[in-house]
Design a protein around this ligand. Structure first.
Ligand code: URA
Length: 240
């Protein structure tokens, strides 16, 4: 989390989801905030990466952007709100709800696996732009075996329906009903539509990799912050 910043103390504390700006001013008056080891009553002071800010003795390590990796479970929708189903944001701490976080693309309600959640709009936009051909790998359990002919059709780019086509996708066989498929674009229901166009059907779908990021260390429903190297890898994936 190493980008350079110059931000007000109250902005930092509220942006981290710790408390509102108003509560922050009160906390400062009560001597709960220290800056470089000394109590500060002013919360409008701008600080940068080299300053040590603490609330109740706990260091606050600020990052302008948050990058979260969630192993999405079934039954959750990728939306800010949904009248019917729980959203993936309900799997995060409550105080993260007002931080302007969104999912980088969407996974269907019953698709599991790698989901990146951030408030970095620029990076998200670049990761989703077909121009950057960012690779995503899905593992699909299919109703029928997939033939070599189907694999060749998908590899060339194919018609999805009357009005839409898919860019070339690489399918590799894991077993008779399990296939890994690499795609370089992010169309709605893309994987299900590819297999449907091949007269097949996806029974289960998991995203196992997004631009080199995987979530093997997380159980379904668990999340963690992306490591600096992972964030850098994402940034590199869109500058190549
Ligand atoms: N393609 C699909 O069909 N579903 C997803 O969730 C993601 C890609």
């Amino acid at each position: 989390m190493s980008e350079v910043y110059n931000e007000r103390i109250d902005k930092i504390i509220s942006a981290m989801g710790l408390m509102s700006r108003k509560d922050c001013a009160r906390a400062a008056r009560n001597g709960r905030i220290t800056l470089n080891g000394a109590v500060t009553k002013a919360v409008d002071i701008k600080i940068s990466n080299t300053d040590v800010l603490c609330l109740d003795g706990e260091r606050i390590v600020y990052s302008k952007y948050m990058y979260i990796l969630l192993n999405k479970p079934k039954g959750y929708v990728c939306a800010a709100e949904d009248g019917k189903y729980p959203t993936v944001f309900e799997l995060l701490p409550k105080n993260y709800l007002n931080l302007g976080l969104f999912t980088v693309g969407r996974l269907d309600m019953n698709t599991t696996g790698v989901l990146i959640i951030t408030n970095d709009g620029e990076l998200s936009h670049k990761l989703l732009s077909p121009k950057n051909k960012v690779v995503k790998t899905y593992r699909a359990i299919t109703k029928f075996p997939v033939s070599q002919n189907d694999i060749n059709i998908a590899a060339k780019g194919m018609k999805l329906d009357e009005n839409d086509t898919a860019l070339p996708a690489d399918i590799t066989r894991v077993d008779e009903h399990t296939y890994d498929i690499k795609v370089y674009e992010g169309k709605f229901h893309l994987i299900k539509r590819i297999f449907l166009a091949l007269h097949n059907q996806v029974r289960e779908l998991e995203r196992i990799d997004f631009a080199g990021i995987s979530c093997n260390d997380l159980e379904n429903g668990e999340w963690r912050f992306l490591e600096d190297e992972e964030i850098n890898a994402l940034k590199e994936a869109v500058t190549r």
